[in-house]
Ligand binder design. Sequence first.
Ligand code: HEC
Length: 144
Amino acid sequence: MAFSHSRKALAASLALLAAVSGTRLMAHGDVTPQAIDTSKLPEIGADWRKHNPYRGNADAIKIGESGYAQNCARCHGIQAISGGIAPDLRYLELGDPGDEWYVERFQHGSSRDGKVYMPPFGEVLGQKAGWAIRSYLETVHSDD
Ligand code: HEC
């Protein structure tokens, strides 16, 4: 009797958990991206680069920091310190190899089985903003 009771309670809380996390994912995917003013940064054309043309650029780092706070922090954590919902971006590889993985995700996001884990940002924010955020992320990199 007590056994079947607790099984029921467990099933109910699992169902609730599934419902809550499902809503969260959708709510995240629906949030409108916040425009980032990149007019200060050098023009880099329309074709997507594979490697960060702004690496180490002080203006890009500043713009990227606020762009990150407005568009990425709600999933990846304030100052890139993940609360566990999404990967901790401090651990992204530095330099060219890290750039290639970064820009793939930034442009296309990540979806599996029809669920959006991360929305695509390439078209809505553009590559200048994308590389500015990458420039900021390299300044908070960690090896721990
Ligand atoms: C809706 C939540 C959400 C938002 C907003 C979001 N991401 Fe993500 N991101 C994720 C999730 C979840 C993953 C892991 C995807 C997977 O496992 O397939 C991810 C993965 C990544 C990765 C790959 C990390 C790795 O270690 O493999 C990068 C890079 C990344 N995101 C960058 C960004 C940037 C930059 C922004 C802001 C412009 C951003 N993300 C906004 C949820 C989000």
